[in-house]
Design a protein around this ligand. Sequence first.
Ligand SMILES: [Zn+2]
Length: 213
Amino acid sequence: MNHKNVILLGPPASGKGTQAKKLAEQLGVPCLGTGQLLRAEIEKGSAVGKEAKGFIDSGRYVPDETILKMVGEWLNENKDGWIMDGFPRTLPQAEELQKLAPDAKVIVLDVPRENLEQRIIKRRECTSCGATVAVTDLSQTRCRECGADSLVSRTDDALESFKVRYENYEELTIPLYDYYSGLGPVEHVDGTQAPAKVYEEVTNAVTMGTSGN
Ligand SMILES: [Zn+2]
């Protein structure tokens, strides 16, 4: 493998979390999601965890400085490669990470907003077995996992929360793509393809270095 430090970016609900986890398993390296790391630090009661908890408890966003302190410590303990899942999310985070890990491979999952919204609209939860499934027919209520007639839609709430997350992504994260393009090659993978095909192209991008040339 050419690159064992991989930054996987993409819009919310693009499936990057699933791809990142799979890739980390295959490469035998840890996967960093900052939400998860935050929860772990808070649970441990570490200094940075306490700092973060103060912001969360008062209903504020955890600032870049706190996140970066936490990520810096994590990087110190994980020097043999890693996958970043949805981090960095802002330009200051990216600039700081660049100083700590200048050799990371950047891969972007491209999925248009309409496509992501369609995924959410087609998502159903089964109140009988708990499965989350995608329906092709929007009027479908029968669960293909357990056969019960108990599929329900949480579309309104899900679309509302997606809208907020997507707008944050547009405002804060999309500027990173230009930043990274200015530093070197950035791999773009078409995230609208089947998950197995997406994974194949993601691993190609990691192993081949640059797939396009
Ligand atoms: Zn079911």
